[in-house]
Design a protein around this ligand. Structure first.
Ligand SMILES: NC(=O)c1ccc[n+]([C@@H]2O[C@H](COP(=O)([O-])OP(=O)(O)OC[C@H]3O[C@@H](n4cnc5c(N)ncnc54)[C@H](OP(=O)(O)O)[C@@H]3O)[C@@H](O)[C@H]2O)c1
Length: 252
């Protein structure tokens, strides 16, 4: 049985808590958060505290707080002979307080509160300050996910960068698409089959081979027409830059 204390009450903490509490091999003995209001979600199912000095003993402390707060929060766990792991894609092991067994438990998914996710399909990118720490974190990871991958800090940062392209940038472009639809009295839902196919065909084609569109075909006239109807300067720059990047990738 893995005894875990979860620190954080945000998006990821909710999902990790739900996944851990479904497993018979994990006991979340406590959740730490600084807001009583946000601890309410957990308080009927485990012990909660907002006081660092009241942290209970655990085998593993999972820190699921904002990246900038990881170091501060990890210092609350100083002097405990346990593993401390953060969940960030972009922060190194050294962000955690020195002198402890340190690790990273980075779930490669986008989490929002209230949105259900099957954690068993979420890849967990795991790092440990020693082989033993790595093994223990992988063992914890296997209780909730089928995909536990050991990766080092350099690879994790690269993975996080790739994830930003895959999710955050793509989503921002979809936000732009939704604005174009709204301004022209078009339902965004019409784009859903296209969006689904964009993802689904990547099961058989590489992103390189899957590219289509005016920039890929070098249809200059269509691109000029698009540029003329984009009113915002920054949006025109994004369109021009992405089109140029596609043309550079495939040549003229
Ligand atoms: N969400 C995702 O999709 C996702 C995916 C993979 C990894 N992660 C990683 O998971 C971690 C948490 O992300 P999140 O999306 O769950 O963030 P979030 O929803 O914004 O929640 C942030 C949490 O950090 C707490 N916090 C911030 N500063 C603090 C401080 N000084 N002391 C104590 N607690 C503090 C917040 O407490 P208050 O509510 O009191 O402000 C809140 O509980 C980050 O390291 C992130 O990189 C997130």
């Amino acid at each position: 049985m893995h005894k875990v204390v979860l620190l954080g009450t945000g998006n990821l903490a909710h999902h990790l808590f739900d996944a851990f509490t479904k497993s018979n091999s994990v006991s979340v003995v406590q959740v730490f958060g600084r807001s009583a209001e946000r601890l309410a979600y957990f308080k009927d199912r485990t012990k909660v505290t907002h006081k660092p000095e009241n942290l209970l003993h655990a085998d593993i402390y999972i820190i699921a707080v904002s990246d900038d707060a990881i170091h501060t929060v990890s210092q609350y766990i100083k002097n405990k002979k346990s593993i401390i792991a953060h969940c960030s894609g972009g922060m190194g092991l050294e962000t955690l307080t020195e002198g402890s067994d340190r690790g990273v438990f980075y779930p490669l998914q986008s989490f929002s509160k209230g949105r259900k996710i099957d954690f068993s399909e979420v890849p967990l990118c795991i790092e440990g300050s020693s082989e033993i720490v790595l093994e223990k974190l992988i063992s914890l990871g296997r209780t909730i996910s089928q995909i536990c991958v050991p990766i080092n800090s350099k690879q994790r940062l690269a993975m996080h960068l790739a994830a930003v392209y895959t999710n955050n940038f793509t989503n921002h472009l979809l936000f732009k698409a939704s604005q174009i639809c709204e301004e022209n009295d078009l339902p965004f839902s019409l784009l859903m089959p296209l969006l689904k196919e964009t993802v689904s065909k990547l099961g058989i084609l590489s992103p390189y081979d899957a590219q289509t569109g005016p920039a890929r075909r070098n249809d200059r006239k269509t691109q000029e027409k698009h540029m003329k109807i984009i009113s915002n300067k920054q949006d025109r720059e994004i369109y021009a830059l992405l089109s140029e990047a596609i043309q550079t990738t495939y040549g003229d």
